[in-house]
Design a protein around this ligand. Structure first.
Ligand code: CA
Length: 225
């Protein structure tokens, strides 16, 4: 296994490098964002370990830009920050796993091996349906080139519909995918949010992207309606 570690704390980088070397893992270290990005793009690595707070270009930007450039190497984010928001951000930007500093070496090793096994399947960053565009990385939605502001829940619902475009999705399935069913259990909440979404992405444009399939659920038209 070959790992690129993007980490500006030299002592930590060296400790991790030595520990992984003892496990037969080759580690290259990049000490800042720009060199990390360049090496990740150029080199053939099995896993990238990416610190978030980096000189030059932070880990969020490095991860997002790598995905935009079509680099699908699994990314494990390392960070001293431990807020839930930061984890969500990192995942939205294309990271695959997350470890908060200080972390235990055996845990890091186990996560790296798991990511290595998973490989690097291609995951398109930007979702499209006709002129409807949703970017999970930047959390932007556009219709016909115009930016649309959605709430977090509206965004999550639209993202799920777009990831499964042209499939009929039942209300209970949407509820499970987008809401916490232990908190929200009434499938009618899906209907309410579909209405909110239509008012933002369809009605003003005279379109019908989110189609009702009687008795079955909803379907997002692949052509954007
Ligand atoms: Ca740092």
């Amino acid at each position: 296994m070959r790992v690129l570690l993007v980490e500006d704390e030299a002592n930590l980088a060296e400790t991790v490098r030595r520990g992984l070397a003892a496990e037969g893992i080759t580690v290259d270290v990049a000490p800042d964002g720009p060199s990390g990005y360049a090496r990740a793009r150029a080199g053939a690595y099995d896993v990238l370990v990416l610190d978030l707070m980096l000189p030059g270009r932070n880990g969020y930007e490095v991860c997002r830009d790598l995905r935009s450039a079509g680099v699908w190497t699994p990314v494990l984010v390392l960070s001293a920050k431990d807020g839930e928001y930061d984890q969500v951000d990192a995942f939205d930007l294309g990271a695959d796993d997350y470890l908060t500093k200080p972390f235990s070496f055996p845990v890091l090793l186990a996560r790296l091996r798991a990511l290595h096994r998973r490989g690097a399947p291609e995951r398109p960053v930007v979702l499209t349906a006709g002129d409807l565009v949703l970017d999970p990385g930047t959390r932007r939605v556009e219709r016909a080139g115009e930016q649309i502001t959605l709430t977090a829940r509206e965004f999550a619902l639209l993202e799920h519909l777009m990831r499964h475009r042209d499939e009929v999705l039942a209300k209970p399935d949407l509820l499970r995918a987008v809401w916490d069913p232990t908190v929200v259990s009434d499938p009618n909440v899906v209907e309410v949010y579909v209405r909110y979404l239509r008012r933002k992405i369809d009605v003003p444009y005279g379109r019908n992207a989110i189609q009702t399939v009687r008795g079955a659920g909803y379907r997002l038209a692949a052509d954007g309606g």
